[in-house]
Design a protein around this ligand. Sequence first.
Ligand code: TRP
Ligand code: SF4
Length: 330
Amino acid sequence: MSEKKGTILSAMRPTGKLHLGNLFGALENWIKLQDAYHCFFSIADWHALTTAYEKPQNIKENTREMVLDWLSCGIDPQKAVIFKQSDVKEHAELHLLLSMIAPLSWLERVPTYKEQLQQVRGRNLATYGFLGYPLLQAADILIYNADAVPVGEDQAPHIELTREIARRFNYLYDQKVFSEPETILNEYKLVPGLDGRKMSKSYDNVIEISIPPSEIPSRVRMMITDPGRIRKDDPGNPQICSIYAFHRIFNQKGLKEIETSCREGKIGCVECKNVLSAHMQEFLEPIYCKRGELEKDPQLVERTLEEGAKKAQKVARETLQEVRFLMGLS
Ligand code: TRP
Ligand code: SF4
């Protein structure tokens, strides 16, 4: 344990089955980090509630699906602490205590808050909970004294706020309780969706990580290629083709050959898609099989989260004791 480099925390909101964009945008990074660091990976179900409070029915099922995806891709409960945020009530207490010292203006100027408030329609996000979203995130991070937080670029302002809150706390109570976490920007592989836009649930253009391998070819056939190629021997431009972007990920060895054949009009898109499908099947088959194995044990997710919560709680309790003391409560 002691030879690990430091502590990492990250979290995802339970949105249900993950897709390839999640795998190559985040999960792959987490899997690499779990060997070298003490990792805490959390299902941020309270965060989900800040926006889904009117329709919370799916949160529980989404949590289960997400844990199964994490495990089948290689997040390992022996290496990392996997837990559900709402199982560790200490996060809520720290959030409350930090709310005493968090200036309103700091929260109001967080870019994600301002944008979402204007952009999201059909849901009322002018709530206390949504304003507090990044502060709850700060509590998630600071309670484990994480040294670093791997996230996508959109989350960077939240980690910046976390650092500011840590600094303010340390200053007010004249102690170095919280360390200021670094942001590790996820190494991001571009994964286009079926329609060529970014792969995202809200565009309905995703391929799930847990897709049965037999369904891959039909999904791949739906994907957009270079629209300028009409006949099979027309020269193509792989740079504007989603299939080529996928070859980059799943067929690194054959990439050069695909590029040349496409540019010279020596491979048709149908064949190119077949080659890709075969590589994707090879990659996703073991993940699919592992998920099948994991699903055979109906208690597995519950057990994993229970054990994770216990480990997380041990650390969280210690931090809170100190915070309560410094804030005059015990
Ligand atoms: N806000 C993050 C997201 O939407 C999820 C999250 C919650 C998180 N708590 C966190 C990420 C703590 C990193 C650290 O992706
Ligand atoms: Fe895309 Fe392949 Fe067709 Fe070229 S041959 S346009 S890379 S699908």
